[in-house]
Design a protein around this ligand. Structure first.
Ligand code: FAD
Length: 391
C-alpha cells in the first residue's frame, strides 16, 4: 500500500510530490502521482504556451522548488542566467525562467519517476486507507491527496457550443490539444474574453498577423495587478476568513475577492498600443448569436457596436467552469462516502485540508479553507504548510 497517492499531476500535484518526498521525508517508493498525461505539468505547459505570456503574474518566490529563494538563485546559475529577467512589481520572473527552473526541479528531484499514468474514476475506502479506481486497475494508499485543477473544464458559452456543434471554426484556448501557434492564415480572428489570457492571446495572434484580429470583451477592462489582493497570501486577510465558520459566507468572500477577468496594467498598456497602431481591434460587447456569413465566414451578432463581426476563427479565452472539478466519479464518491460539501459543491475541509480521515485536497478543492489564492502557485505552497502539520 502506498503512503500517499496524489490524484492530478499539474502544478499542485507535482509541487506537493516534491514536498512530500524532498522535505517531509516520505519514501519515494511509497508516493505516487496519478495523471493521464505523459509528463508533469503537461496542461500548464500547453495552456501557458497558448496564451503567449512573457512574464509570470506571480512573484519570484512562487515556483515548484522547496526553498522560496530557489528560483532567485537559479537565475544566477549558467542554466538560468540567460532567461533571468524580472518585471515589476513583485519581481515577477520571465515565463522562460520559470519554465526552465521547473524543468530543473522536476529533473533533479526525479519527480517524473513518481508518476503513474492514468485517470482516477472511482474512490472508496479500504482497510487502513483508500482505493482509487483507475482506467488501468486499482491503487491502494493510506492517504489520497486530490490535486484536480480546473484545466479539464474550460468554459464554453452557449452560442459557442452551438457554433462548434454546427462544425464552426471555434476553439477554446484551454482545450486539450489546442495549439495557438499551429493556427495559420486566417482572414479575421476574434478572441473572446476580457481577462489577462484573452488579452495576451489576442496580442500574440496580432503579432502573427497584424490587423486581422479583434479582441471582444463582454466588460470594460478590470485592471488589477494580481487576481486577488496580496493580503490573501497571508494572515492579513486569511485570519478573518478563517474565523468565519459558515462555508456559504466563505464562498461569497472568495468570489468577491477574486478579480475575475482582470488584466495587469502592463498588459493593458500593450493592448492600448496595439489598438492605437491598428494591429488589433477591441470592442466591448457580447455575442448574442451566430449565423452563416458571406464567403465562408461566420457572422457573430453583438449586443453593442459594431453590431456584427465576420470571422473565420473564433478563439475563446473565457476561463473555466466554476463547478467542483472531478466530475461524475467524484460526485459518486461524495454521495457514497458522505463527504461534506458546501452549497456551492466544494469540500468543507479542516485546517489540515482533510476532507475525511486520510483524504486531503489542494487547488480549487481547498478554496473554502485557503481562500481566493488556493488555485494559484502560492495556493500549493500554502497547502504544503497545512499538510506538513496535519499528515
Ligand atoms: C494561462 C494561465 C496562466 C497562469 N499564470 C499563473 C501565474 O503566473 N501565477 C500563478 O500563481 N498562477 C497562475 N495560473 C493559475 C494556476 O497556477 C494554474 O492554473 C495551475 O496550472 C493550476 O495547477 P493545478 O495543478 O491546480 O491544475 P491543473 O493544471 O488543471 O492540473 C491538474 C491535473 O490533474 C489531472 N486530472 C484531472 N482529473 C484527473 C483524474 N480523474 N485522475 C487523474 N488526474 C486527473 C489533469 O489532467 C491535470 O493534469 C495561471 C493559469 C493559467 C490558465
Amino acid at each position: 500500500m502506498l503512503d500517499w497517492l496524489i490524484v492530478g499531476g499539474g502544478v499542485h500535484g507535482t509541487y506537493l510530490s516534491n514536498v512530500l518526498t524532498g522535505r517531509l521525508g516520505w519514501r519515494r517508493d511509497r508516493v505516487r502521482v496519478l495523471d493521464p498525461h505523459p509528463t508533469p505539468l503537461a496542461r500548464w505547459d500547453q495552456m501557458t504556451a497558448n496564451v503567449g505570456m512573457r512574464y509570470m503574474r506571480s512573484s519570484l518566490v512562487h515556483h515548484l522548488g522547496l526553498d522560496p529563494y530557489a528560483l532567485k538563485r537559479f537565475a544566477k546559475t549558467p542554466k538560468g542566467r540567460s532567461w533571468a529577467r524580472f518585471a515589476r512589481p513583485y519581481n515577477r520572473p520571465s515565463y522562460a525562467l520559470f519554465q526552465r527552473h521547473t524543468q530543473c526541479v522536476v529533473q533533479n528531484q526525479r519527480l517524473g519517476d513518481l508518476r503513474v499514468r492514468g485517470r482516477a474514476d472511482g474512490l472508496g475506502r479500504a482497510s487502513g486507507g483508500w482505493l482509487v479506481e483507475t482506467d488501468d486497475g486499482t491503487l491502494k494508499a493510506r492517504r489520497v491527496l486530490l490535486a484536480l485543477g480546473l484545466s479539464e473544464q474550460p468554459c464554453w458559452p452557449g452560442w459557442a457550443q452551438s457554433l462548434r456543434d454546427a462544425g464552426g471554426p471555434v476553439h477554446h484556448l484551454f482545450d486539450e490539444g489546442f495549439q495557438r501557434e499551429a493556427l495559420l492564415g486566417w482572414r479575421h480572428a476574434v478572441v473572446v474574453g476580457g481577462g489577462i489570457s484573452a488579452t495576451q492571446a489576442a496580442l500574440a495572434l496580432a503579432k502573427q498577423q497584424p490587423g486581422t484580429v479583434t479582441l471582444l470583451a463582454r466588460h470594460p477592462a478590470r485592471v488589477h495587478q494580481l487576481d486577488s489582493d496580496p493580503g490573501w497570501m497571508g494572515p492579513k486577510n486569511l485570519s478573518a476568513f478563517l474565523q468565519q465558520p459558515c462555508p456559504v459566507q466563505r464562498r461569497s468572500t472568495v468570489d468577491d475577492a477574486r478579480h475575475r477577468g482582470s488584466v495587469p496594467p502592463a498588459v493593458q498598456r500593450k493592448l492600448g498600443y496595439a489598438v492605437a497602431d491598428a494591429r488589433l481591434a477591441y470592442h466591448v460587447a457580447e455575442v448574442t448569436d451566430t449565423s452563416t456569413g458571406p464567403a465562408g465566414l461566420v457572422r457573430l451578432r453583438l449586443n453593442a457596436p459594431p453590431g456584427t463581426l465576420l470571422t473565420d476563427l473564433v478563439v475563446l479565452a473565457t476561463g473555466f467552469e466554476a463547478q467542483r472539478p472531478g466530475g461524475a466519479w467524484l460526485d459518486a464518491a461524495v454521495e457514497a462516502l458522505g463527504l461534506r460539501c458546501s452549497a456551492c459543491g466544494y469540500p468543507i475541509v479542516d485546517a489540515g485540508l482533510r476532507w475525511a480521515d486520510g483524504l486531503y485536497v489542494t487547488g480549487p478543492l481547498a478554496e473554502l479553507e485557503l481562500g481566493p489564492v488556493a488555485r494559484n502557485i502560492v495556493g500549493a505552497r500554502l497547502a504544503a504548510e497545512r499538510l506538513a502539520h496535519a499528515a
